[in-house]
Design a binder for this molecule. Structure first.
Ligand SMILES: NC(=O)C1=CN([C@@H]2O[C@H](COP(=O)(O)OP(=O)(O)OC[C@H]3O[C@@H](n4cnc5c(N)ncnc54)[C@H](O)[C@@H]3O)[C@@H](O)[C@H]2O)[C@@H](O)CC1
Ligand SMILES: Nc1ncnc2c1ncn2[C@@H]1O[C@H](COP(=O)(O)OP(=O)(O)OP(=O)(O)O)[C@@H](O)[C@H]1O
Length: 428
């Protein structure tokens, strides 16, 4: 046998061995994830029992009418703060409002029909009892840091973006996912963007494949190992890159992977809404400009900007009850049925890249929310809970960074604040 043939055979065998390794690894991870889910569910049940005992000690004779119920509001212009007081301990689910009967939990890859137009609006800002009632739902989904886990279990996040012009955006998104607590961040970018992104951080895994002729196949190999994908930061608008991004979204949907779409990914959605329409694990994070583009593409009429909540709800419904995060002075989060508003205090500083911190961290929050048992989110759509976690965190980072750096605040300063903002919101 010639040396060439020998080499070919050797390469084939090593590729086969590698594939086998990853197949086995994937099976092992699935078993591990299942075990973790069961453990989480058992813990929750125990806590629930404890909570009931605790509640019965605190409220010995509750009259049926004394239990505050979440209210349905068939209009957009009312704000109902959640009324039930928190017990002040994140591990007491009974202190949370029961959303189960009012919201639709998203299942893996399910398409949702347009529902009725009734929805609940819940408005939250730090310091009010309302925020106290959603933050615990976010907390319930955050995996505890224990020595029992192996690398990768708390999240392997993929970022699809990064091209010649934009290398900062995918870096901000990927590093934010890591800093929030994901174990691995992969960036799939163009060949010329890769060395630049790698040079920013040795912590990121960077694949220079997005503009290669077999980009989709190259990236698809990694999909079984990813828990969520964030499509768009620094993607650019070149047709070939948008086409590859579209195909990656389609293949992620087939696997039920949560897909967060931001920045230039939203340009793609405005051109071809069907790419994500109705996918219940899809979350869009438009700024006002991107929102206007999407709205006008879907409704074929100019946006009436007098009522952002109503417009956001209409757009979500038109997109098949997809979760939308309309960023702005207050962040509006809706799946067309429920509206959450996050007005956590930020600052007046609007430096480029803040949205990337939001979408990257949302990659991790979305994985956690979708892999939590439904009682962790009290039946609330996991996308809403994840989005609330990411928006409150981004705004808190902005606030803390501004406190230190004032008008010189940049996204890198905000990323430095992730740990302490996270602690303050979710671990105190
Ligand atoms: N350091 C980097 O590499 C960064 C790259 N970025 C990337 O840059 C690309 C283009 O993003 P753009 O946001 O510029 O593109 P857009 O086309 O969405 O925005 C166009 C213009 O709209 C303006 N705009 C944004 N919000 C507005 C609002 N609320 N009201 C009125 N005008 C508003 C912006 O200033 C911008 O000039 C994306 O790929 C994005 O990810 C950004 O993420 C910023 C940081
Ligand atoms: N007027 C505002 N007041 C307070 N916070 C805001 C305001 N506008 C946006 N934010 C916050 O800043 C974050 C990023 O929103 P922004 O509108 O800057 O996104 P973006 O334009 O997509 O960002 P990027 O520069 O990364 O593309 C959001 O979490 C949002 O809560």
């Amino acid at each position: 046998m010639s040396l060439e043939k020998l080499m070919e055979k050797f390469l084939e065998q090593s590729m086969e061995a590698e594939d086998n390794f990853y197949r086995l690894e994937e099976q092992r991870l699935q078993v591990e994830d299942k075990r973790r889910e069961e453990e989480h569910s058992r813990e929750l049940q125990m806590l629930q029992m404890l909570g009931q005992i605790f509640a019965s000690i605190r409220m010995p004779s509750p009259a049926p009418t004394a239990t505050p119920q979440p209210s349905f509001i068939p209009q957009t212009n009312l704000t109902v703060p959640l009324a039930r007081p928190s017990l002040g301990n994140r591990n007491h689910p009974p202190a949370l409002i029961d959303f189960a009967s009012h919201s639709q939990a998203a299942g893996p890859g399910l398409l949702m029909e347009e529902g009725d137009f009734q929805f609940i609006e819940r408005s939250f800002s730090l310091g009010t009892s309302g925020m106290d009632n959603v933050i615990p739902l976010v907390r319930n989904t955050i995996p505890p840091l224990t020595s029992k886990k192996h690398k990768g279990q708390d999240g392997r996040i993929g970022i699809i973006g990064g091209c010649q012009e934009y290398t900062g955006a995918p870096f901000f998104a990927a590093i934010s996912a890591l800093k929030v607590g994901a174990d691995l961040s992969h960036v799939f970018c163009t060949k010329d963007a890769a060395p630049v992104i790698k040079s920013y951080s040795p912590e990121l895994i960077v694949h220079p494949v997005l503009d290669s002729p077999n980009a989709v196949e190259e990236i698809e190999k990694w999909l079984p190992r990813l828990h969520s994908v964030v499509v768009g930061p620094g993607l650019g608008r070149e047709d070939m890159l948008l086409k590859n991004a579209k195909e990656i979204i389609e293949r992620s949907k087939l696997r039920g992977i949560p897909v967060i779409i931001d920045a230039d990914g939203l340009w793609l959605v405005a051109k071809e809404p069907s790419v994500i329409q109705g996918y219940q694990r899809g979350i869009l994070t438009p700024n006002f400009m991107e929102f206007t583009r999407l709205y006008e593409a879907m409704h074929h009429e100019p946006l009436d900007s007098s009522d952002h909540k109503r417009s956001a709800q209409q757009l979500s419904i038109a997109l098949g009850h997809l979760t939308l995060v309309l960023k702005g002075e207050e962040d509006i989060i809706t799946d067309g049925k429920n509206i959450l508003t996050c007005s956590q205090e930020g600052s007046g500083r609007r430096c480029g890249g803040q949205g990337d911190l939001l979408s990257g961290s949302l990659g991790a929050f979305a994985h956690w929310a979708f892999s939590s048992p439904s009682d962790a989110t009290k039946g609330m759509n996991p996308s809403l809970v994840a989005a609330f976690g990411a928006t409150s965190l981004t705004r808190q980072c902005n606030r803390q960074a501004f406190h230190k750096h004032g008008r010189s605040t940049t996204t890198s300063d905000m990323i430095q604040e992730i740990n302490s903002a996270f602690k303050k919101l979710f671990e105190s």
